[in-house]
Design a protein around this ligand. Structure first.
Ligand code: ADP
Ligand code: ADP
Ligand code: ZN
Length: 221
C-alpha cells in the first residue's frame, strides 16, 4: 500500500502526472477537483454546492471535501494505494487524512511530490488548458494542442475550457494556494516525506523524476 500526494499550485501539472503515474503503477488516481466536476455533471447536491465555490476560485469547505475523499478511498480500486491529486489543500484536510489512514490501519503517506513551477508559467498553462468532456484528457493550446482544434485526439470528444480557468479566477486561485496550501510544504518537509520536483520540464521528464522519487523507476510499466 503506497499513498502519494501530488502537491502544487493550480496548473503545475498534478492532473497530467497523476494520470500517467496511475497508468504506470497500480495506484488509483483520486482528484478532488475531478470528483466535484463529476458530481456537478450528475447534478447532485454536492456538485451544486462545490460549483458555488469553484466558480469564485475559493476552496470548498473542508468538511465537504474530507467526507468525499474519505468515502472515495474506501473503494476497492484504492486497495494498493492512492495518488492524491489536489487533496489535501489545507492543514485541516492534511490532519484528517492522516487520522483516517491511522484509523483504517492503512500505511501512512509514503511521499509528497511537490511540483514547483513559477507563476508566469502557471498562468500560461492555465489559460491554455483544454479538457475533454468525454474522457478527461488534458491538452494545452500553447504547448500540446489537439490535432483538430476543439476535438480530443484520444476519443473524438469535445474539448472545453474550465470556467474557473479565466485569468481573474486563476489569479485568485493562485492567491488562495499561497495562503492556504503552501503551508503544507513545510508540514510535510518536517515529516520527512517531501520531494521537490522541478515541474517546468517536459511532461515525460517530470514523470521520470517522480518515479525515481518513489523508487518505482525500475518497476513501473
Ligand atoms: P493541475 O492539475 O496541477 O492544475 P494540469 O495537469 O491540468 O495541472 O496541467 C495544466 C495545463 O498545463 C494543462 O493544459 C497541461 O496540458 C499543461 N501541462 C502540464 N504539464 C506540463 C509541462 N510539464 N509542460 C508544459 N505544459 C504542461
Ligand atoms: P487546479 O489544481 O487546476 O486548481 P482542481 O481541479 O484541483 O484544479 O480544483 C478546482 C477547484 O475545486 C478548486 O479551485 C476548489 O474550488 C475545488 N477543490 C478541489 N480540490 C479541493 C480541496 N482539496 N479543497 C477545497 N476545494 C477543492
Ligand atoms: Zn477524450
Amino acid at each position: 500500500m503506497l499513498n502519494v500526494i501530488l502537491l502544487g499550485p493550480p496548473g503545475a501539472g498534478k492532473g497530467t502526472q497523476a494520470k500517467t503515474l496511475s497508468e504506470r503503477t497500480d495506484l488509483a488516481h483520486v482528484a478532488s477537483g475531478d470528483l466535484f466536476r463529476a458530481a456537478l455533471r450528475e447534478g447532485t447536491e454536492l456538485g451544486m454546492l462545490a460549483k458555488s465555490y469553484m466558480d469564485r476560485g475559493e476552496l470548498v469547505p473542508d468538511e465537504v471535501v474530507i467526507r468525499m475523499i474519505l468515502e472515495r478511498i474506501q473503494r476497492p480500486d484504492c486497495a494498493n494505494g492512492v495518488i492524491f491529486d489536489g487533496f489535501p489543500r489545507t492543514r485541516d484536510q492534511a490532519t484528517a487524512l492522516e487520522a483516517a489512514l491511522v484509523d483504517k490501519h492503512q500505511s501512512k503517506i509514503a511521499a509528497v511530490l511537490y511540483l514547483d513551477v513559477p507563476q508566469d508559467v502557471l498562468l500560461r498553462r492555465i489559460a491554455g488548458r483544454q479538457t475533454c468532456k468525454t474522457c478527461g484528457a488534458t491538452y494545452n493550446i500553447y504547448y500540446f494542442p489537439s490535432h483538430r482544434p476543439g476535438i480530443c485526439d484520444a476519443c473524438g470528444g469535445k474539448l472545453y475550457q474550465r470556467s474557473d480557468d479565466s485569468i481573474e479566477t486563476a489569479q485568485h486561485r493562485l492567491d488562495v494556494y499561497f495562503e492556504q496550501t503552501m503551508p503544507l510544504i513545510e508540514h510535510y518537509r518536517l515529516q520527512g516525506c517531501l520531494h521537490e520536483v522541478d515541474g517546468r520540464r517536459e511532461i515525460s521528464l517530470v514523470t521520470e523524476a517522480m518515479l525515481i522519487a518513489l523508487s518505482l523507476n525500475g518497476t513501473a510499466k
